[in-house]
Design a protein around this ligand. Structure first.
Ligand SMILES: [Zn+2]
Length: 374
């Protein structure tokens, strides 16, 4: 199995697939499904979002085992930079040769799902009914999963393959995230001739940011200012600056408190410096918390146990398709996929983790028959 899934992964990783340009990977998945004798379906998410591929659904009938359907999900898009990506094997890991990400997030997950299809079609595993869902535009605020055709999915439980770190982790809690957009409005003037007639929007924004508490706020809460843009020339007092940030927390009360404190800082700049401030708050995604005793988590633990892997259950500071799936009645946790340092050019995945993840999915699918999860 190691060679087979390694080949799959190397081929997948070599296909560039930034958000909304997933057609290469989507075609690869559809071909793999058909070669295994399954009928993949692609929805219209690509048309709606302006991308070149939609979400893919593959149903695999039960093999020997009676159980409720279980869904496995991974996203097909990656972040940048990925132009010219060239996956290479270096020792026990796959890395990217050039200065690009590798895209193991989430192609390690996509490869595991393809391997699951191959194992099933070859009769190498026994399992209940499986639903495989490959999404687009996950890295763009989970846009793809939001356009799923809900009625196509029967499963009430899903494992999303998307957490970083060695295989063996179940993420059962993830924060809610709010995005904040601040627009600081000043007044332009010639900086050398009559600066006193201007109101410096950059100064106002800096004032506000300096009052904000950012970074790790507490064990459950983080905050960041990530983008700042404005100003036109060194000799013009800048009249507009936009500042973008985010707040995440596992606790709604703490989320609100932090968000309010950042808005308050902006309003204090308004009073102190005389800039105008507009604030826009948007919920990026809802968080979730699933009890570690829940049948879904226990199923993940059981799958690990069947292959001698002790699963660790923990919360994460990141969002994934699971955040949205949990809001539409598909109870979901996230499995770690072996990707290390995702979203950086140092990203890598252990060759062993690739097959381990596929094996874990197979053992979970197999364990579903033994457990009462309906
Ligand atoms: Zn991911």
């Amino acid at each position: 199995m190691t060679d087979r899934i390694l080949d799959t992964f190397m081929e997948l990783a070599a296909i560039e697939s930034v958000s909304l340009e997933e057609s290469g990977v989507a075609g690869y998945v559809m071909d793999a499904a058909r070669a295994c004798g399954f009928e993949p379906y692609m929805d219209k998410a690509g048309d709606v979002l302006g991308g070149n591929a939609g979400n893919i659904y593959i149903k695999i009938p039960a093999l020997q085992i009676e159980a409720p359907p279980i869904m496995f999900c991974a996203h097909m898009d990656t972040v940048t930079p990925v132009k010219g990506v060239e996956p290479v094997i270096k020792g026990e890991r796959v890395v990217s040769a050039a200065k690009t990400i590798l895209g193991a997030d989430c192609k390690a997950g996509v490869a595991a799902i393809i391997e699951l299809m191959k194992m099933s079609s070859q009769g190498e595993i026994e399992h209940g009914p499986l639903e495989l869902v490959l999404t687009v535009a996950e890295e763009k605020q989970l846009q793809g999963v939001r356009h799923l055709e809900r009625k196509r999915i029967e499963s009430r439980y899903a494992f999303v393959l998307d957490a970083e770190g060695p295989v063996g982790k179940i993420v059962n809690a993830s924060p809610t995230q709010d995005n904040l957009l601040f627009v600081f409005k000043g007044k332009s003037a010639h900086s050398g001739v009559e600066p006193e007639k201007g109101i410096n929007a950059i100064f106002g924004a800096s004032w506000a940011i300096s009052l904000m508490h950012l970074g790790r706020i507490d064990a459950e809460t983080t905050a960041n200012i990530g983008v700042i843009s404005g100003g036109r020339a060194v000799n013009i007092v800048p009249d507009m600056v936009t500042v973008e940030g985010e707040v995440r927390s596992l606790d709604m009360g703490k989320l609100e408190k932090q968000r309010k404190s950042m808005v308050k800082a902006a309003l204090e700049a308004e009073a102190a410096v005389g800039v105008g401030v507009e604030v826009k708050v948007e919920r990026a995604y809802e968080g979730f918390q699933i009890d570690s005793q829940d049948a879904l988590v226990q199923l993940g633990i059981e799958g690990g146990k069947a292959m001698g892997l002790k699963m660790e259950v923990q919360s994460s500071g990141g969002g994934s398709d699971a955040n949205f799936l949990n809001t539409i009645g598909i109870k979901s946790v996230v499995l770690s996929i072996g990707a290390r340092e995702p979203h950086t050019i140092n990203e890598s995945v252990k060759v062993k983790d690739l097959s381990k993840l596929a094996r874990l999915c197979a053992e979970i699918a197999n364990s579903a028959g033994r457990m009462r999860i309906s």
